[in-house]
Design a protein around this ligand. Structure first.
Ligand code: SOE
Length: 382
């Protein structure tokens, strides 16, 4: 008999749906000690919360997250609401002794993130941030290959996350669905929303980043605000590109924009090592490109590995070899890993502390874009 893991979710947007789907599916595909129970969903609008609860099978609703956090029948608070709400909810949930899952980015900035990490670590509660791309089987395989030393010394890391959904100057900022354009709610633009994913993966695969040199641009300077109805200055970065150096001596380039016409969510990375290179592309997420210089000369070339066999990460839990999986499965894998970690008394990852490292890189990137200088990434010390 599995033990219940009673979930209280805050927020019913896109991420509320990805998390809920994962909570529902995980027990069907992974043999775990705990079974998520969809105990309550919290959103300010009761009708919307109820509609979400009915659709996903949540047993109750709340309209005030403080009540949710106080409930004795909740073990874990999952924060899927906009970025400016993460800190307050996480700190209160930690004080109430709840386990905490938090959507990325961890916080509005490093300073706020540090307060969250302190509170969570003081409370000693299990915690994890939803940097879901670590759980794409192809990305997890890349990690295995790097850890096995297959690439050798790493020279280059190259990542991009390209979208095109904010090109229209008529698109308003703020409010449901568009809060990502409002700096007061999002913290930053593409740096915190998209590059944070690239940075998290990079720190995981390639180690600590030491210095960065960035440029940002806001192409549309003013937009009507959905909530005030007034035309207001746009304060987010619409695009950001930066150079970086890693502790291991490798050099990197990162680029993100919401103005790359034709690209919806093109997250790609390539890593070049002394012996081998790997490349991955979110639009082809079930493939890993691999080149190994040690192959016999006449056969040497890029291989396109279809990640669907039972010896690939996570794949034995799904269908039969040759059949691939997609985006939503990354969230299923992440909650499966979380449950496995807490069952074994291990720390789930990426933890709030891991996500704070990403936050510090984002801060250094935004600072460098302002100072037009190389900026050091501060080491996490609390
Ligand atoms: C933005 O459009 C967004 O939804 C991000 O917020 C997600 O983190 C990313 O995975 C996809 O794009």
């Amino acid at each position: 008999m599995k033990k219940p893991l009673r979930i209280g979710l805050v927020g019913y947007g896109f991420m509320g749906r990805t998390h809920s789907n994962a909570f529902r599916k995980v027990g069907n595909f992974f043999d775990l000690e705990y079974e998520p129970v969809l105990q309550a969903i919290c959103a300010r609008d009761a009708a919307k919360a109820q509609a979400f609860a009915d659709n996903w099978g949540y047993q109750s609703i709340e309209t005030d997250w403080r009540k949710l956090v106080e409930r004795k029948d909740i073990d874990l608070i999952d924060i899927g609401s906009p970025n400016n709400t993460h800190a307050e909810i996480a700190i209160a949930a930690a004080k109430a002794g709840k386990m905490i899952l938090c959507e990325k980015p961890l916080s509005m900035d490093g300073k706020e993130g540090a307060k969250m990490v302190k509170a969570i670590e003081k409370a000693g509660v299990a915690n994890m941030v939803w940097y879901n791309y670590r759980r794409v089987p192809a990305v997890a395989l890349a990690k295995q290959l790097i850890d096995e030393g297959k690439l050798g010394r790493i020279f280059h890391y190259r990542a991009k996350f390209l979208q095109d959904w904010t090109i229209s100057k008529d698109l308003p900022q703020g409010g449901t669905g568009l809060w990502r354009l409002d700096a007061k709610v999002a913290g930053s633009g593409v740096t915190g929303d998209l590059l944070a994913h690239c940075i998290d993966t990079a720190l995981w695969l390639n180690g600590r980043m030491t210095t960065v040199n960035a440029m940002t641009e806001t192409f549309v300077k003013e937009r009507k605000h959905t909530l005030t109805g007034k035309v207001q200055k746009v304060e987010i970065d619409d695009a950001c590109a930066f150079l970086a150096k890693f502790d291991n001596g490798s050099l990197a380039t990162f680029e993100s924009t919401r103005y790359a016409r034709g690209h919806k969510a093109l997250y790609t990375f390539e890593i070049n090592g002394e012996n081998a290179s790997i490349a991955w592309d979110l639009h082809d997420l079930h493939r890993l490109q691999y080149f190994d210089y040690r192959d016999e000369g006449k056969l040497r070339g890029w291989r396109s590995i279809h990640i669907s066999d039972s010896d690939h990460p996570y794949m034995k839990n799904w269908w039969v070899p040759g059949l691939q999986i997609g985006y939503e499965h990354t969230f299923v894998h992440q909650i499966a890993d979380f449950i496995q970690a807490i069952s074994k008394g291990e720390k789930p990852c990426p933890s709030f502390r891991d996500a704070l490292d990403t936050q510090y890189v984002c801060d250094a990137v935004l600072k460098s874009a302002k100072t037009q200088k190389w900026e050091k990434v501060p080491k996490t010390k609390l």
